[in-house]
Design a protein around this ligand. Structure first.
Ligand code: ARG
Length: 253
């Protein structure tokens, strides 16, 4: 299957669509000064006039990490935006075209594994604080409380296309492995993180894909997929950076 701009439904309900309409659900507005390394990965192919499509993270002045499933349009149509809390306000922030795309060679649209990509910025965002990669697998531990950032859909819980954040507790791999449709959709303990609330209400959503899940000042995960957004019993699934760090590091240095 391909990730196009419509809502894709896999195995009944799984939605992995980049940039569709249904920001973060149940989050709060945050500022660029708090999260200078959060990048909007826009494309001229977006259904939104703001270009909103996916999120990403600045990990060196000229490299951003995003989700592989976000890269379904021509490279020339993408542009990275830093420092624009409201995507409708094109008078703010810095913009760079993308000069190179690397998609994890293990990325697989059947099981959604290795959903990570590294993009090179044609015009590096020099002087902007970067987020280091979390390299330790034990950082993905039940009880940790990372924060997810993005401009994605809020399902009317917040303003449109405005940078939001939400704390999403790490539920541990066993929680997602107990959800049959998550197992069917390829949830893997070594390379995924299961985070959110079993009662629903707060989650990443369409348009947040590729964006950062941050713990202790490091990039712990990348927004990958979920079943709907913020639904009870269906937490968010993230690509676990520690599980893909060797391949990613080769691209980043
Ligand atoms: N795949 C979606 C995107 O392209 C984000 C999915 C995250 N969903 C969730 N319920 N946590 O924007």
């Amino acid at each position: 299957m391909r990730f196009s701009r419509g809502v894709l439904v896999v195995a009944g309900l799984l939605t992995l669509t980049a940039g569709a309409k249904p920001c973060i659900v149940g989050g709060t507005v945050t500022s660029v000064s708090e999260a200078p390394w959060v990048i909007a990965l826009n494309t001229t192919q977006s259904e939104s006039s703001s270009g909103r499509y996916c999120g990403a993270t600045l990990v060196t002045p000229d490299k951003i990490v995003t989700a592989a499933h976000c890269m379904d349009e021509a490279t020339s149509t993408y542009y990275a935006v830093q420092g624009r809390a409201n995507l409708g306000d094109s008078s703010t922030g810095r913009v760079s075209p993308i000069s190179k795309v690397w998609i994890h060679p293990g990325y697989n649209t059947k099981n959604n594994r290795y959903d990570v990509a590294v993009l090179t910025l044609a015009k590096p965002f020099t002087g902007v604080p970067v987020l280091p990669l979390e390299t330790r697998a034990r950082a993905d531990a039940e009880g940790a409380v990372p924060t997810v950032y993005g401009w994605g859909d809020t399902q009317d819980t917040g303003p449109d296309e405005t940078l939001q954040k939400a704390a999403v507790p790490d539920l541990g791999d066993k929680t997602c492995l107990a959800n049959k449709s998550y197992v069917a959709n390829g949830y893997a303990a070594a390379t995924n993180i299961c985070a959110g609330y079993l009662q629903g209400g707060t989650d990443a959503c369409q348009g947040d894909s590729g964006g950062p899940l941050v713990l202790n000042g490091r990039l712990l995960g990348v927004v990958s997929w979920g079943q709907g957004c913020a639904q009870p019993g269906d937490p968010g699934v993230y690509t676990e950076i520690a599980g893909v760090v060797n391949a990613v590091r080769q691209q980043v240095r």
